[in-house]
Structures are given as structure tokens and as C-alpha cells.
Write a protein that binds this ligand. Structure first.
Ligand code: PBG
Length: 334
């Protein structure tokens, strides 16, 4: 009989040994749950292309936040689904302190003060053009003109209780501009989670369904990154760190794990990853067809993010994962 010299399988022999040698851990406090808010009372509408994910009216949104907090989730990121009538060219509604978004922030802060509130900064949920920046009459996305709008939006969100501002727009110079605007308004303790490497991705499709926010004309390729590039992500990282980002993010997640790894190797601040709507939809669809074990494939996906070097994971699976982690704590891992 052949006797191998080396036996890596020894370290896989029993659950106890596997627990002992495991290199990466997933904690419930790594998770951030994205949430969608809509107008109305007692409304909970499912997103067609994201089964199990809902848009909540403010009252139910607060209940959901209480639930998430009880499960150990410590942060949420909020997006508004607005009626077309609330949208205009300059995204006026994005800084309306009495609007749905800002009312929601205040309500969550009041009822779940321990929950970290991350807010999204970009024009698209409020823009009649469906773009993250201001669109010129010729269809150009205007960078510097957009910065002013983003700064006003960010400061208004801080006033309503945001703990961390997350610009998802990919305009140049927005981290420095938002930092300066926050500081000038006295919000020196409000942090910035920059969407550092956000790619022009087809995986955002279900999110745009959720907000009805797809661009009316053109695409987002003049501001979101080309999926072919990784060095460019490192350049964006350098700029974001120089401009004062407290946290940096890669988006989407699973198709861009190499980018997560590249940033995690050099970043001086924690790296987050956004496991986006289309990634959620893929696993949900396969599970519904009976083609994948949902829980196992979700947990494996979460571990992939940790292994790639992400500290923080924004994911629509967050509540399910938190529930499973709590069960595991009682009964041991599956
Ligand atoms: C836009 C924004 C998008 C997402 C978050 N913020 C979509 C886009 O860029 O069109 C996508 C999130 C997801 O797909 O889950 N500012």
C-alpha cells in the first residue's frame, strides 16, 4: 500500500478540529441589511425579482429594524422607493428634511438608537433621468455640478440622524467634497463609507426594479467602472483614502472577489463588499427551482467574502444569515 508522506486531511478529521483550524469566521456584526422604504401605512410589498425582499412603509420599516437589531444586526443601509411625481432633474427631494427618507431616518433613530444608520448618497432614486448625477441637455453626466447636490443631500441626511454616509454615485472628488460639507456643518463625527470600486454591472437589475430607478436614457458606463479593470480600483482606493473615506467598498461582490482581495491587501481602512440584488436573485431562483441548497450556498458565499478580505458585508441575505448564526450558536454548526 502507498503511504503518503503528508496528510492534510488530519486537519479536517472531526468537527472540533475543523473548528480549531478554521481561518475565517463570519459574525452577525459583519452584516449590513439594505432596506427599502415606501410611502403609506402598513404596506409591505415584495420585490418581484427579489423574492423574500420587501419595500416597507415607515411603520413596518421600524418594526423590521427592531427585529434585525434583536437578531444581532448592528447596521442597515436605507433606500427610498419614490413615486415618479417626486422625481425631478436636480433630485430636489433628496434633501427634503420632511420627505419620506429623512422621516424614516428620524423614526429609526428614535426607536432603535443602537442601530448604525448608513445612508445612500446619489441622485438616482430622486432623479427623473434615473442617473446618479446631473444630466446635461446633451446627455452628459455633469461631475462638478453634481457634487453640490450630493453635499446638500449628505448634510441633510446627517441632520436626520445618519451615522455613516455612503456615496454610491461614482462622481470624481465626491468623498472630499462631502467630508468638507459635513465638517463645515458640524458633523465631524459622521463617517463616510465610499463605494470605491463600483462597477457598471448587470447585477443591479433587481435593485432598479425595486426603486423603479433604471436610467431613462443611456447607461452608467461614464461613471461606474469597467468590469475589465482592477488597477483602476486601486487608483480609486488611493483617492478615496486621500479624500478621507473611513470605509471603502467593492460592488458587486461575488463576481469581483479579486477586487475585494486587491483592496483588502493594501487598504488602511476596513473593506466592505456589496452582495448586490442580482446575486441575491440568482441564489433565490436556483433554490426555488430546487437546484441548490439555499442555506448552504448563502453561507458559502458569505465565507467567500470573508476569505477575500472583506470585513463588512452588505447583503439582502443578512436577516436569514443572522437567524442561522443564532441557531448555530445553540445547536452547533451544520
Ligand atoms: C445607485 C445604486 C445602485 C445600487 C445601490 N445604489 C444601482 C445602480 O447603480 O444603478 C445597487 C444595489 C443592488 O443591486 O443591490 N446609486
Amino acid at each position: 500500500m502507498i503511504q503518503p508522506l503528508f496528510r492534510p486531511r488530519r486537519n479536517r478529521l472531526t468537527p472540533a478540529i475543523r473548528d480549531l483550524v478554521r481561518e475565517n469566521q463570519l459574525q452577525v456584526t459583519d452584516l449590513v441589511m439594505p432596506l427599502f422604504v415606501i410611502e403609506g401605512q402598513n404596506q409591505k410589498t415584495e420585490i418581484h425579482s427579489m423574492p423574500g425582499v420587501f419595500r416597507y412603509s415607515l411603520d413596518l420599516l421600524v418594526d423590521e429594524c427592531i427585529d434585525l437589531y434583536r437578531l444581532g444586526i448592528r447596521a442597515v443601509v436605507l433606500f427610498p422607493a419614490l413615486d415618479e411625481s417626486k422625481k425631478d432633474r436636480v433630485a430636489t427631494e433628496s434633501a427634503n428634511l420632511e420627505g419620506l427618507y429623512h422621516r424614516s431616518l428620524r423614526a429609526i433613530k428614535a426607536r432603535v438608537p443602537g442601530l448604525c444608520l448608513i445612508t445612500d448618497v446619489a441622485m438616482d432614486p430622486y432623479s427623473s433621468d434615473g442617473h446618479d448625477g446631473l444630466v446635461s441637455p446633451t446627455g452628459e453626466i455633469l461631475n462638478d455640478e453634481t457634487l453640490k447636490i450630493l453635499c446638500t443631500q449628505a448634510v441633510s441626511q446627517a441632520k436626520a440622524g445618519a451615522d455613516i454616509i455612503a456615496p454610491s454615485d461614482m462622481m470624481d472628488g465626491r468623498v472630499a467634497a462631502i467630508r468638507a460639507a459635513l465638517d463645515q456643518a458640524g458633523f465631524t463625527n459622521v463617517g463616510i463609507l465610499s463605494y470605491t470600486a463600483k462597477y457598471a454591472s448587470a447585477f443591479y437589475g433587481p435593485f432598479r426594479d425595486a426603486l423603479d430607478s433604471a436610467p431613462k436614457k443611456g447607461d452608467k458606463k461614464t461613471y461606474q467602472m469597467d468590469p475589465a479593470n482592477v488597477k483602476e480600483a486601486l487608483r480609486e482606493l488611493d483617492l478615496d483614502l486621500a479624500e478621507g473615506a473611513d470605509l471603502v467598498m467593492v460592488k458587486p461582490g461575488l463576481p469581483y472577489l479579486d477586487v475585494v482581495r486587491a483592496l483588502a491587501e493594501v487598504s488602511e481602512v476596513p473593506v466592505a463588499v456589496y452582495n448586490v440584488s442580482g446575486e441575491y436573485a440568482m441564489l433565490k431562483a436556483a433554490a426555488q427551482l430546487g437546484w441548490l441548497d439555499y442555506q448552504k450556498s448563502v453561507m458559502e458565499t458569505m465565507m467567500a467574502f470573508k476569505r477575500a478580505g472583506a470585513k463588512i458585508i452588505l447583503t439582502y441575505h443578512a436577516k436569514e444569515v443572522a437567524t442561522w448564526l443564532a441557531q448555530e450558536a445553540v445547536s452547533g454548526p451544520r
